[in-house]
Design a protein around this ligand. Structure first.
Ligand SMILES: Nc1nc2c(c(=O)[nH]1)N[C@H]1C(S)=C(S)[C@@H](COP(=O)(O)O)O[C@H]1N2
Ligand SMILES: [Mo]
Length: 556
C-alpha cells in the first residue's frame, strides 16, 4: 500500500476543498464514462441528455414559457449549464460526505445513477438498455471517488495528535477516517507520515481529469459520427417537383434595411423543439408508418416519397404559437414535399364530414414528440405536405431531416412535426398530443398578426422622413390591409408588398414624417375574411398571443 512517494512528500491533511474536488472529479469521470458508453450500447441515452429531456418534459408550463422568453433559443444551453452547476454542487457534497463515511458517498452516487436510469426509462423512446450508461457512470464514480479519497487520506504516525495545536493542521472531524471504513486504510495509516500526500493526489486528480476529458470527447465524436447523416443528406438530390411553386410576383420583397426578408434563410430560421440533441436519422433506414382508424396500414421509405410523381413545391410561412406579439418565432420558406392529402387518401383516409373514422392525425417523431392535427384541415384542399426540402436543399437536420410535416394556417405545435416517423389516425377524444396536457389548446389555427421591424423598439431616429416597415401574416386566409398608428393619431393605411400566396406573410411599409420627441408606433392587420386583429392582449398560451405590436422610438 505504501509507495515510495509517500516518504518524501509534503504533508498536510486534506482540507474540505480537496474532498469536494474528489467528488467533482468523480462526477466528471462518471459523465465521461456514460458519454462514452451511450453511443456504444444505448445511442441517445447519455445521462445528461435523458435527464435534461425529462426536466424539459416535467417543467411546469409557466416556467417553460419564462425560459423561452428569457433565453429564447439559448434555453437549452442554459438548461445544460444549470444542470452542470447543480450536479457539481451535489458532487462536491458527496465528496465531503464520502470522506466521513464511504457508505454515504456510495449512497449519493447510487442516487444519481438512479436518477439517470429512471430518466432514461421515462423517455418516450426509452428501453431497458438505456439504463446501462447511468449504471456504468455510477460504478466509475464510485471507483474514482474511492481512489481519490484514499489517495488524499490523512496519515498519522503513532497516536493522533488530539486537538492539534494548529501548526500541523490537525484534521478536522470531517477528514478523520470514520468508523465503517476499515481495512485498507489501516496499513497506510500505520506506516505513513502525518498529513496527506499532495503530490500523489495532484497526479491522480490530473490523470482523472485528463482521462475524463478524453473519454467524454471520444464519446461525443462517436455519437455524432455513428450515423453519418451529413453524408447521406449531402448525397440526396431533390427532384424537380411535378407542381412547382407559382411564379413569384415582382415586389414580394420590399428590400428595406432592417425588415425581415421575404424568404428566411435556413440558417436564420427560428428553431423550436424539445430535442436536447438533434435526432440524426439515417434517411436510407428511415420508415414512415401510417396506421390507425379507418386506414390500411402502410409503410414508406424515404425513396418512396422522394420518387413520387406528385411532389409539390410551395411557399409557406411557419409560425410558433409561443411567439409573443412582435416576436421572431416565424419564418417563410419554399418547401418541397409530398401532398399529404393524396398520401392519406391512398391509405383510405376520409374527412370526418365524409364519414371518416378519425378526426385527428397524431404525428410522432423519432424522439417521441407527438403532434395532433385535424384531419379536416389536411384534407380541405390546402397544401399540407410531408416536406423533404426547404429552400432548395434537403431538410436541414435541425428542421426535421429527413421528413417533417408542414400545414399552412396551423401553428407548428399542431402541425409541423419534425423527424417524423409515424402518423396515427385517431380522434381528439381518444388522444392528447404532447402540448395539450401542458396547457395548450388541442387545435391551433394561426391568428392574424403583424409586426414592426423597423425602426426598432427603443431605438433613435433622425427627424424627417422615416420608413416604418414590417411583416403581417394570416396564413391560408391572406392579409388584406395593414394600418399604422402614430401616437394618438388616426390609423393610416400602410403600403403592402405584392402577395405571393395566402399562405405566406406580406411585408408592409409606411413613410412617416417624424417630429422630434418620443413617439409610439402601432400596427394592425386585417385579413381577407374581414377580421382586424384585436388590440386585446393575450399571452401565447393556450392558443396564440394577441395584441398590437407597439414600438416606442425617440426622434432627434
Ligand atoms: N419532433 C418535434 N417536432 C416539432 C417540435 C418538437 O418539439 N419536436 N416543435 C414544433 C413547434 S412548437 C414548432 S413551432 C415547429 C418549429 O419548427 P422549426 O424548428 O423548423 O422552426 O416545429 C414543431 N415540430
Ligand atoms: Mo411552436
Amino acid at each position: 500500500m505504501t509507495d515510495h512517494l509517500d516518504d518524501r512528500s509534503s504533508q498536510t491533511s486534506p482540507p474540505r476543498l480537496v474532498d469536494a474536488l474528489c467528488g467533482v472529479l468523480a462526477a466528471c469521470a462518471a459523465l465521461a464514462a456514460a458519454e462514452l458508453a451511450a453511443p456504444l450500447i444505448a445511442p441517445g441515452a447519455a445521462p445528461l441528455l435523458v435527464v435534461g429531456g425529462a426536466v424539459i418534459d416535467l417543467t411546469p408550463p409557466p416556467l417553460k414559457d419564462f425560459a423561452v422568453e428569457a433565453f429564447g433559443t439559448a434555453d437549452k444551453p442554459v438548461l445544460l449549464g444549470g444542470m452542470a452547476v447543480v450536479l457539481a454542487a451535489f458532487a462536491a457534497l458527496i465528496g465531503v460526505a464520502g470522506r466521513r463515511r464511504r457508505r454515504l458517498g456510495a449512497v449519493g452516487i447510487a442516487l444519481f445513477a438512479l436518477i439517470g436510469a429512471v430518466a432514461a426509462l421515462s423517455r418516450p423512446d426509452g428501453t431497458a438498455v438505456d439504463v446501462l450508461p447511468s449504471v456504468a457512470g455510477g460504478l466509475v464514480a464510485a471507483a474514482v471517488l474511492w481512489l481519490l479519497l484514499e489517495a488524499s487520506r490523512p496519515r498519522r504516525a503513532g497516536p493522533a495528535p488530539e486537538g492539534g495545536s494548529g501548526g500541523g493542521g490537525a484534521p478536522d472531524g470531517a477528514s478523520a477516517p470514520a468508523a465503517g471504513d476499515a481495512g485498507a486504510g489501516a496499513a497506510s495509516r500505520a506506516g505513513g507520515a502525518p498529513g496527506f500526500d499532495r503530490r500523489r493526489f495532484v497526479l491522480l486528480a490530473g490523470a482523472t481529469a485528463t482521462l475524463s476529458a478524453g473519454a467524454g470527447f471520444a464519446g461525443h465524436r462517436l455519437s455524432v459520427t455513428r450515423v453519418d447523416t451529413t453524408a447521406v443528406r449531402a448525397a440526396i438530390r431533390l427532384p424537380r417537383p411535378a407542381s412547382p411553386a407559382p411564379p413569384l410576383p415582382d415586389g414580394v420583397d420590399l428590400e428595406i434595411a432592417g425588415l425581415a426578408p421575404f424568404f428566411t434563410a435556413n440558417e436564420g430560421f427560428y428553431r423550436i423543439d424539445t430535442a436536447l440533441s438533434v435526432p440524426r436519422i439515417d434517411a436510407t433506414a428511415w420508415r414512415l408508418r401510417v396506421h390507425g382508424r379507418g386506414v390500411t396500414e402502410r409503410e414508406y421509405a424515404y425513396d418512396d416519397l422522394l420518387n413520387r410523381s406528385d411532389l409539390i413545391e410551395r411557399d409557406i410561412t411557419l409560425a410558433c404559437v409561443s411567439n409573443p406579439v412582435g416576436g421572431e418565432y416565424i419564418g417563410n420558406a419554399r418547401w418541397i414535399g409530398v401532398p399529404l392529402a393524396a398520401l392519406l387518401r391512398e391509405a383510405g383516409v376520409r374527412a370526418p364530414a365524409e364519414g371518416g373514422a378519425a378526426d385527428q392525425i397524431v404525428s410522432r417523431s423519432s424522439d417521441g414528440m407527438t403532434i395532433g392535427t385535424p384531419v379536416a384541415d389536411v384534407l380541405d384542399g390546402r397544401d399540407a405536405m410531408l416536406a423533404l426540402g426547404m429552400n432548395g436543399v434537403p431538410l436541414p437536420v435541425e428542421h426535421g431531416f429527413p421528413v417533417r410535416m408542414v400545414v399552412p394556417g396551423l401553428y407548428g405545435y399542431v402541425s409541423a412535426c419534425k423527424w417524423l416517423v409515424e402518423m396515427e389516425l385517431t380522434t381528439f377524444g381518444a388522444f392528447d398530443a404532447y402540448w395539450v396536457p401542458r396547457g395548450w389548446s388541442a387545435k391551433g389555427p394561426i391568428k392574424t398578426q403583424s409586426r414592426i421591424d423597423t425602426p426598432r423598439a427603443g431605438g433613435g431616429v433622425g427627424r424627417g422622413r422615416v420608413t416604418v416597415a414590417g411583416v403581417a401574416w394570416a396564413q391560408h386566409v391572406g392579409v388584406d390591409r395593414v394600418e399604422v398608428r402614430v401616437d394618438d393619431e388616426p390609423w393610416q393605411q400602410a403600403r403592402l408588398s405584392e402577395e405571393d400566396t395566402a399562405d405566406t406573410w406580406r411585408q408592409w411599409l409606411m413613410e412617416w414624417e417624424a417630429a422630434p420627441g418620443e413617439h409610439t408606433l402601432q400596427v394592425r392587420a386585417t385579413d381577407r375574411s374581414g377580421r382586424t386583429q384585436t388590440a386585446a392582449e393575450a399571452p401565447p398560451a393556450p392558443d396564440g398571443a394577441t395584441g398590437l405590436h407597439t414600438v416606442t422610438v425617440t426622434v432627434t
